[in-house]
Structure formats: structure tokens, C-alpha cells
Ligand binder design. Structure first.
Ligand SMILES: Nc1ncnc2c1ncn2[C@@H]1O[C@H](COP(=O)(O)OP(=O)(O)O)[C@@H](O)[C@H]1O
Ligand SMILES: [Mg+2]
Length: 264
């Protein structure tokens, strides 16, 4: 079953194409990666999927999410899909968090809205939701976002994105703003949650090694155009487009350099 079908998607600013006829689909339970250098159109593509393009940008083509057309639909038709069908995790966790609200209350908000829980049942669901992202200590629920580390904040943002039990998780550079030491923890967490819940994943990164780890199939974007698509192992082994070949070669060179660095 196809959960997300993106067909000839365009994003334009005053007629200038920023994303140009991009097509891909994500089946139920599938993990798809979007890779490309900064400015290649990854974020605009993922925002268009949930109808959240910045003001002044216009989408064309088609995005069908859970059988509903997003492009050109009034916001009232798309809003119910956000959170409930597709959860979104951004690069910077603070964009998803209210600085003035304790994190327990922030997580309670979507749980109450989507799962109609109240009182003790709501408190239990909040605690379970925090425990699920390995933030089980009681003090975390009472903390304000600035009292948490970057990795802890991203865990809270992930818990919020999953509160309504979406079928698809869209993660746009979810570890790029984090210290290298916590990147792996957050990636492992996303892998575990996606597997446990049987969710689909649209995972976006400029880092080929990270995308290869997280997904089964990748779409390579360059200057708003999808230049290559295929299973991760095939793309790594036998890239068809020179741009993909360059990405693979530079990831290999980095890998080799790290290997020669005499890692223990
Ligand atoms: N609000 C906007 N108005 C005009 N151009 C934009 C806007 N947002 C992004 N862009 C441009 O669109 C292109 C793709 O941006 P983006 O999708 O954010 O790239 P990526 O996520 O791959 O780094 C870039 O050239 C960027 O400068
Ligand atoms: Mg981006």
C-alpha cells in the first residue's frame, strides 16, 4: 500500500523553480531517504508533503498522503493529516518546543488532542511517551526546554511528533544540530521507534552515511531535481549519476581517512 505518493512536485518562488518535478513514493512501513547538499530542495520537498511551505512559495504537481491530495488543498483539509498521519521532526528541536512550557505539558497537548485522554490516564500516557524516548526520569517532565541538553530536547520533539501515532515520520536533518556523541543515540532511537510501530520513514540528510544507515531506498536531489533513485545498496555500489558518484566517493574518502586515523 502506498502511503505517500509525490508526483511531479514543484515548488516555486515568483516563477523560479526551487523544486522541479520531483517524484517518489513511500509504501507503508518503508524507509525512504532524501539526500542532497545544502540548498538542494530537501526541506522544501518535505514541507510541501505536509502543506507547510513558507509564505510566498507555491507548490505544483501532486502529493497524495493517505489518499488525500495536499497540493492546492485548503489548509483545513490538510491540517488533520499533520501529526495524525505524518509526524514531523525538524533539525532544530527548539522550533517544535515552547520555551515557556514544561516539557511534560507540551507532550500532554497532542496526546490529549488526538487520543482524548484526561487526568490520570493523560499523566500516564505522558510518562509512557517520555519513557519511550528514554527520558523516563520524573524531573524531565517538569523541566523547561532550556534546562535540557540538545539531545534530550530532540527526544522530546520526537515524542511530540509521535504522540498522535502517525503512520509516517518525516525527519528533516534530525541530528545535524546535535553533538556527534548524541547523534548516534538519536538515530538509534528513531530506528527503534519506526521498527516497533511499523511506521514509514521519510528521512532527510545531507550525510550519505546517515541516510544509508537509516533507509532502504534513496532519492538524490540536486538543485531541486531528483537525479537518481534506487535501493541504498545499489546506489552505493553502482551510482548512475555523476553527482551521486561524487557523493559516494567523498563519503568513502572520509571513511578511509577515519580508518587510517587509527581508530582503536
Ligand atoms: N522561503 C523561501 N523563499 C525563497 N527561496 C527559498 C525559501 N526557502 C528556501 N529557499 C531556497 O530554496 C532552495 C532549497 O531550499 P531547501 O529546501 O531549504 O534546501 P535543503 O533543505 O536541501 O538545504 C534553496 O536555494 C533556498 O535558498
Ligand atoms: Mg534543509
Amino acid at each position: 500500500m502506498t502511503l505517500l505518493d509525490v508526483s511531479a512536485l514543484g515548488v516555486h518562488a515568483d516563477g523560479t523553480p526551487l523544486v522541479d518535478r520531483v517524484s517518489f513514493s513511500v509504501a507503508a512501513g518503508e524507509r525512504l531517504g532524501l539526500i542532497g547538499e545544502s540548498g538542494s530542495g530537501k526541506s522544501l520537498t518535505s514541507l510541501a508533503v505536509v502543506g507547510l511551505l513558507p509564505a510566498g512559495l507555491v507548490a505544483s504537481g501532486s502529493v497524495v498522503l493517505a489518499d488525500r491530495e495536499v497540493v492546492g488543498a485548503p489548509d483545513a483539509r490538510v491540517r488533520p493529516l499533520r501529526g495524525a498521519v505524518a509526524g514531523f521532526v525538524f533539525q532544530e528541536p527548539l522550533t517544535a518546543l515552547d520555551p515557556l512550557m514544561r516539557v511534560g505539558r507540551q507532550i500532554a497537548e497532542p496526546i490529549r488532542r488526538y487520543r482524548a485522554l484526561r487526568g490520570a490516564a493523560l499523566r500516564e500516557a505522558v510518562a509512557a511517551s517520555l519513557a519511550e524516548v528514554a527520558l523516563g526520569e520524573a524531573r524531565i517532565a517538569r523541566a523547561y526546554p532550556h534546562e535540557l541538553s540538545g539531545g534530550q530536547r530532540q527526544r522530546v520533539a520526537i515524542a511530540m511528533a509521535l504522540a498522535a501515532r502517525p503512520q509516517l515520520l518525516i525527519a528533516d536533518e534530525p541530528t545535524t544540530a546535535l553533538d556527534v556523541t548524541v547523534q548516534d543515540e538519536v538515530l538509534t532511537l528513531i530506528e527503534r521507534l519506526v521498527a516497533e510501530r511499523g511506521m514509514s520513514l521519510l528521512f532527510i540528510s545531507h550525510d550519505l552515511a546517515v541516510v544509508a544507515r537509516m533507509t532502504e531506498r534513496i532519492v538524490v536531489l540536486r538543485s531541486g531535481v531528483a537525479v537518481e533513485e534506487g535501493p541504498v545498496d545499489r546506489v552505493l555500489r553502482d551510482p548512475q549519476h555523476p553527482y551521486t558518484a561524487a557523493l559516494v566517493a567523498s563519503a568513502r574518502a572520509l571513511d578511509d581517512a577515519l580508518g587510517e586515523g587509527g581508530a582503536a
